[in-house]
Design a protein around this ligand. Structure first.
Ligand SMILES: Nc1ncnc2c1ncn2[C@@H]1O[C@H](COP(=O)(O)OP(=O)(O)OP(=O)(O)O)[C@@H](O)[C@H]1O
Ligand SMILES: [Mg+2]
Length: 235
């Protein structure tokens, strides 16, 4: 089987179905959504699946500190702490204020580090906070492009999270990452008039070299994390 055909389970069953088994191995995908749509939960679920399949994983957070990441996972019943203690989960907090200089400094060492750690899954939560640290559009673009190029040399499957643009919920805040990465999964609130409760729905906007569903599927965040109700139709 060629690498492009090999699939990596996201840990979200209904979504794996939509993707024909999962994310293509070695892909860089972004989970995009407004605040509170479950981007961090998605990323934790992805890492938890990897760990439970015996893979080593790296989770880089620009938002929450390591203790809070471990606690969030625990809330969903995912014992990431155990894997962290066993050194199978590399968990790093980047202070947004230092993120720019840190990324510039460690960028070239990143592939070697990932290989040495033996990670096959990498998460960066969130790429929007990283982008925010660059004033110039050109610098933002080249850093992101460069980072993705480096990640592609590692063969690991990468998941980025990104905030959406307030004026266009189908676009990321800086409008860059969706062009740079191989796959885009959009998490959205669906607020219909007359609904007392906003519903959440998910769609796969892009997945290079892969046949995937373009349907909009509802999902919920419950005590076991994200569940996509793949059988249900939104419209
Ligand atoms: N243990 C839980 N059980 C059920 N639902 C939960 C649980 N924990 C979080 N949620 C729901 O998930 C939502 C947030 O999820 P998450 O932090 O993954 O979103 P996010 O997209 O990363 O948000 P942000 O953009 O603020 O980082 C919460 O607002 C809450 O509605
Ligand atoms: Mg988050």
């Amino acid at each position: 089987m060629s690498m492009a055909e090999e699939k990596v389970s996201t840990g979200i069953d209904g979504l794996d179905e939509m993707l024909g088994g999962g994310l293509p191995k070695g892909h860089i995908a972004v989970v995009m959504g407004a605040f509170g749509t479950g981007k961090t939960t998605f990323a934790l679920q992805f890492v938890n699946r990897g760990l439970s399949e015996g893979e080593n994983c790296i989770f880089i957070s620009l938002e929450e500190d390591t203790e809070s990441v471990l606690n969030s996972a625990q809330m969903f019943g995912w014992d990431l702490r155990k894997h962290f203690d066993e050194n199978r989960l590399g968990l790093y907090k980047l202070e947004p204020a230092d993120a720019r200089s840190t990324i510039m400094r460690i960028k070239s060492e990143l592939p070697g580090f990932i290989r040495e750690f033996g990670a096959s899954r990498v998460v960066l939560d969130s790429v929007s906070l990283l982008n925010m640290m660059f004033d110039k559009e050109q610098e933002r673009r080249s850093t992101l492009f460069n980072l993705c190029q480096l990640l592609r040399t590692t063969n690991c499957t990468t998941l980025l999270t990104a905030e959406v643009n307030d004026d266009n919920q189908r676009r990321s805040r800086y409008g860059l990452v969706e062009y740079t990465v191989d796959g885009v999964i959009l998490l959205q609130y669906d607020e219909k008039e007359g609904d007392s409760e906003g519903k959440l729905n998910l769609r796969v906007l892009k997945m290079r070299r892969s046949a995937h569903s373009r349907r909009i599927k509802p999902y919920t965040i419950g005590k076991n994390g994200i569940s996509v109700h793949a059988g249900a139709e939104m419209f």
